[in-house]
Design a binder for this molecule. Sequence first.
Ligand code: NZQ
Ligand code: ZN
Length: 397
Amino acid sequence: MIFPAIPNKGLYMNNFEFYNPTRIVFGEGKIGELDRLVPTNAKVLVLFGGESARKNGTLDEVTDALKSRQVGYFGGIEANPRYETLIKAVALIENEGYDFLLAVGGGSVIDGTKFIAAAVNYPGDKWEVVTSGGSTIKTALPFGTVLTLPATGSEMNKGSVITREELHSKLAFMSDKVFPQFSILDPVKTYTLPPRQISNGVVDAFVHVIEQYLTYPVNANVQDAFAEGLLKTLIEIGPKALENPTDYDVRANLMWTATLALNGLIGVGVPQDWATHMLGHEITVLYGLDHAQTLAIILPSMMHEKLAQKQAKMAQYAERVWGIHDGSEKEKALKSIELTRQFFESMQVKTRFKDYQLTQDVVEPLVDSLVAHNMVTLGEHGDITPEVSRRIFIASL
Ligand code: NZQ
Ligand code: ZN
């Protein structure tokens, strides 16, 4: 996603400010807490995706918990939420005067709700909420979330990624105004997820950690240790989450790990590299692949391309996350790329364009799309130019 590259040429931790106001309410049966968490006099619009929340009873539980309030519903927010859909909810809210939003779903519903919250009563062209990167957002409606899919961290961060179909754009914005007030994380709500979404969630969370970790050392000891702990946890529980969908312990750990992977904590004071996400967004918008599939395709080639710059941190990753202690720094770094690819494949997420029936014909349109979206100086050094991105796409075929 989301955070721009933060150049840091020194070996010291960067100065930082950390702010995260989202209340997490975690555990089985916690949807009932909505009655306490939502203001009593609120007129609430509940936002959801397709049919999953209705089918698995989550929506009924929400309705029951909010029964003493005025409640409306807006369904149909699709995966990779589209401006064209969200703008209808904005009009509904402006016409009917809802003053609190509740997102029930995965990252797409939550991201969509963030856009809606900021776009309601936004003066001027509402697409500017996204194109300004969030900098023009002055106010937003308050909202909470009921998370049903561990993956994006959107339930505890200020980022959102919105697609505008007619412009072939998938762009991120960030604003302190769109932190959720609260998020309810009930691991039981993930039991109905299809395997593909669990696989996607594990890979997405893994790459979120990697993009805040796999840069160059700045002596940020606790950020590194947290990141390595999250990666090791995903490697351990990812396969188990696929094998046994109703293992509460595994789902609870997965849910909290995915949240911590992108709630800002491990990214403070360290250089970040969101290039894999940025290349991935273009693949989704042009060819419709799932977000995590795009990351699994790009990351191994990105690591190869950036071997020289990232080698020290990659060797640390090999040692501390994968237990590889033999060989030179370069050999360890190379081994870590292989193990990363194997992990994604073991999670049933394919790592080559050809696995998705995409050929070299995709390369130039993808490069053009990056240029059109001004994604021309990516990575922690800002040196991933369109030329470098082209090499990465070609290496991923
Ligand atoms: O639409 P329904 O019927 O609800 O089905 C959804 C959807 O089809 C289904 N689902 C969700 N919870 C379920 C369930 N099915 C059964 N049982 C449940 N409990 O899962 C499908 C995918 O949902 P989606 O919300 O699209 O997935 P995810 O959470 O992976 O979100 C992906 C989106 O988040 C953005 C991505 O770009 C993508 O648009 N990201 C947002 C980030 C952020 N805000 O910080 C960071 C990420 O990098 C990511 O970019
Ligand atoms: Zn992601």
